[in-house]
Ligand binder design. Structure first.
Ligand SMILES: Nc1nc2c(ncn2[C@@H]2O[C@H](COP(=O)(O)OP(=O)(O)OP(=O)(O)O)[C@@H](O)[C@H]2O)c(=O)[nH]1
Ligand SMILES: [Mg+2]
Length: 219
């Protein structure tokens, strides 16, 4: 029984990796940067994306794929900025997979030398194992979540190359030990880039936008 479950998991991941490779090749032909935003629910992904695409759209083609279990609320928030967005509802599913992204791309314009932002379902476990064809995963870690989350959910923190420490405007009101949070991230992922920011005040956005430009140069 255990062997059969393992085999099934391996088959699902192999099938997903195959489609993800196809998505990655397709995006590379257009030099499109794809970022997979992952986090726990409510960490501030959509708010961050609204602010980010509003800045980006002036000088790069940009689009968003939104993943949620239900509703099209997040896609509507993105479309209000004038940026195209496709909503995927995963129903009982707890993460996006590469086939969903592949289908959503058919409903978006090509983004030559542009940026495709993918907001994954809020969940610090399941999305870690699923490649969507992105260049890299970006983990949004809000300061309201507690310093220890990297230690409790190490797979996700290891899978991301950038950690955005979000909602920093709230720090004066919280008991959040920044030094300990940074040490916890470093403990599980010593190579991660870490940028503290706030979508409310705009603090840290220059560093975040610079990081996106550096990734675009590699795409
Ligand atoms: N103070 C403060 N609040 C924020 C910030 N960013 C987001 N929020 C608030 O956090 C809550 C959740 O924000 P969302 O952007 O919807 O979070 P999300 O990660 O997209 O949520 P899900 O898609 O449901 O997982 C909202 O009430 C936002 O107004 C921030 O930088 N500072
Ligand atoms: Mg959201």
């Amino acid at each position: 029984m255990h062997t059969r479950v393992l085999q099934l998991e391996q088959d699902i991941l192999a099938g997903n990796n195959h489609v993800a490779a196809h998505v990655r090749e397709h995006l590379a032909t257009q030099h499109t940067l794809a970022l997979n935003l992952v986090s726990s629910p409510g960490s501030g992904k959509t708010t961050l994306l609204v602010e980010t695409v509003s800045r980006l759209k002036a000088h790069r083609p940009v689009a968003v794929i939104e993943g949620d279990q239900q509703t099209s609320l997040d896609a509507e928030r993105i479309r209000a900025t004038g940026v195209p967005a496709v909503q995927i509802n995963t129903g009982k599913g707890c993460h996006l997979d590469a086939r969903m992204v592949h289908e959503a791309l058919h409903d978006l314009p090509p983004l030559p030398r542009g940026v495709l932002m993918i907001e994954n379902v809020g969940n610090l476990v399941c999305p870690a194992g699923f490649d969507l064809g992105e260049q890299t995963k970006v983990l949004v870690f809000s300061v309201t979540e507690g310093e220890d989350k990297p230690l409790k959910y190490p797979d996700m923190f290891q899978a991301a190359s950038l950690v955005l420490l979000a909602k920093c405007d709230l720090l004066p009101h919280l008991r959040f030990d920044m030094a300990r949070a940074l040490a916890c991230i470093r403990q599980v992922n010593p190579d991660a880039t870490i940028i503290p920011l706030s979508s409310t005040t705009g603090e840290g956005f220059d560093a975040w936008m610079d990081w996106i430009e550096q990734q675009c140069a590699k795409a």
